[in-house]
Ligand binder design. Structure first.
Ligand code: NAD
Length: 488
């Protein structure tokens, strides 16, 4: 018997107003239906926004350390369910169990980190012109905040929005990606079990196209934190501007590694392959381009291809799998179309390039890890986000040209340089147009205690995580307090 799951609104599990549900399918084996999830619509968005609005006065009135207790409790509860949540994540999204465990552990750490932030000072005392005045700032919550998130990190991304939103006194309506409602329901169960007051946290599952505008456009909603594609982000930004509400958009990437002639090739190959192929390339920070300075080119390509050809692909539950399936059939079709465009535009396909077939592969959305060489910066596979296990290798004459190529796309999320030359590293750090800059590291991966976000079209230029989160989830009141009369 396949279970049906509801929205979580005002502390209760309720079906979508329309009564409709959508099947959640395992991308590693499409015979496996995980459950039926509420297909929410505008009426559900209205109910969730109003519940969050009603809960706001009580929640924002709590002292930070009082709010911390709920987040600490949620962290412990999530930790106690780590294996179950990680298995659900693998089952509905496809990534390997090792990655799902790591992501769920990150979710626990995010809850703990922002429980800690509840205790920290949030405001400053500023010298006023008048010696009699006390001038200071207060950080106040925005109010009701919508968190709209993608499917590729369905535990970590929601929690790096929801945890700081709650910590700083906002109430939340969470709209996860349509592909990953199961872990979203588990996150809601954790907040429910942590005893959050009714309406402080609300969950709407279903399609963004159905609920998105009703949610962002609801007058109670005062902020929207979005992670996802540029096409959707631009719409959400435009609605937010119309509503006059605060917004934050974290979007796509086309992340390069630059391999200098003096790079440690063992390290460069290892971290390029893992940046490109882990999670089947479905990370916003995945390595999508390797820009290799000529003397290192042939050996780099040779070694990368030898590694990639041998990567085990299989269900995420198979401990031997390096990468799992793509998250959905449309995602797989889109990746295969990009691969075709690379071949059509004359890039040299050195390995992969096809949907894997036969046996268990026929039941899921598996694409063979793919490497193209001879890629020119004008080709589609060198410019657009593919979001799949595809690496494009581009040659460069020297570091200067490599940086120029790296910067020649609209995105600017993450980048890495492999070199032993400190001068080259400093030059690259100064010139690279990316929010996340690594030297001798992988483009993928984030540290929850550090600011995260992109430059150029990858972001609306705000930052998430670490202490940066307070900038989005609060606004500043500047207060000047003076004694009455002559102050005696
Ligand atoms: P998406 O834009 O299709 O969906 C993201 C979210 O927006 C989902 O919850 C979806 O339901 C919702 N949505 C869709 N249409 C909407 C609408 N009309 N109104 C309101 N909401 C709507 O993205 P995706 O396919 O889930 O995720 C992949 C994308 O996310 C990639 O481009 C990737 O680079 C990006 N991403 C960025 C980061 C980052 O931090 N920069 C991290 C992860 C993923």
């Amino acid at each position: 018997m396949i279970e049906t799951f509801h929205d979580y609104i005002n502390g209760e599990w309720v079906p979508a107003a329309s009564g409709r549900t959508t099947a959640n399918i395992n991308p590693a084996d499409t015979r496996d239906v995980i459950g039926y999830y509420a297909a929410s619509g505008p009426e559900d968005a209205r109910r969730a926004a109003e519940a969050a609005e009603a809960a706001l006065p009580g929640w924002r009135a709590l002292a930070g350390p009082q709010r911390a207790k709920y987040l600490e409790q949620a962290a412990s509860l999530m930790e106690s369910r780590l294996e179950e949540i990680a298995r659900t994540l693998t089952r509905e999204e496809g990534k390997t169990l090792m990655e799902s465990r790591g992501e769920t552990a990150r979710g626990v750490a995010l809850l703990r980190y922002y429980a800690g932030e509840c205790w920290r000072a949030c405001g400053e005392v500023i010298p006023a012109s008048s010696p009699r005045a006390l001038m200071f700032t207060r950080r106040e919550p925005l109010g009701v905040v919508a968190a709209i998130t993608p499917w590729n990190f369905p535990v970590a991304i929601p929690l790096w929005k929801i945890a700081p939103a709650l910590a700083f006194g906002n109430t939340v309506v969470f709209k996860p990606a349509a592909l990953t409602p199961a872990v979203a329901v588990k996150i809601a169960e954790v907040f429910e079990a942590a005893g959050l007051p009714k309406g402080v946290f609300n969950l709407l599952t279903g399609s963004g196209g159905e609920v998105g505008q009703a949610l962002v456009g609801h007058p109670a909603v005062k902020g929207v934190s979005f992670t996802g594609s540029n096409a959707v982000g631009q719409k959400i930004g435009a609605w937010a501007v119309q509503q006059g509400i605060k917004f934050q958009l974290e979007m796509g990437g086309k992340n390069p590694v630059i391999v200098a002639a003096d790079a440690d090739l063992d390290q460069a190959v290892d971290l390029t392959v893992s940046g490109a192929m882990r999670s089947a390339g479905q990370k916003c920070t995945a390595t999508s381009r390797a820009i290799v300075v000529e003397p290192a080119l042939d050996e780099f390509i040779d070694r990368v291809v030898r590694r990639v050809q041998n990567l085990p692909v299989g269900p995420g539950t198979d401990e031997a799998a390096y990468l799992g399936p793509l998250a959905s059939e449309p995602q797989m079709r889109s990746v295969l179309d990009y691969i075709q465009s690379g071949a059509d535009e004359g890039a040299e396909m050195l390995c992969g390039g096809v949907r894997l077939q036969g046996g268990l592969y026929d039941r899921g959305f598996y694409v063979q890890p793919t490497v193209f060489a001879g890629v020119s910066p004008r080709m589609k596979i060198a410019r657009e986000e593919i979001f799949g296990p595809v690496l494009a290798v581009l040659p460069a004459a020297d570091l200067d040209e490599a940086i120029h190529i790296a910067n020649g796309v609209p995105y600017g999320l993450s980048a890495s340089l492999f070199t032993r030359d400190l001068g080259a590293a400093l030059q690259y750090i100064a010139r690279i147009e990316a929010g996340m800059v690594r030297v001798n590291g992988e483009t993928a991966g984030v540290e929850l205690q550090a600011p995260f976000g992109g430059m150029k079209s990858s972001s609306s230029h705000s930052r998430e995580q670490g202490r940066a989160a307070i900038e989005f989830f609060t606004e500043i009141k500047t207060i000047s307090l003076e004694p009455a009369g002559d102050g005696k």
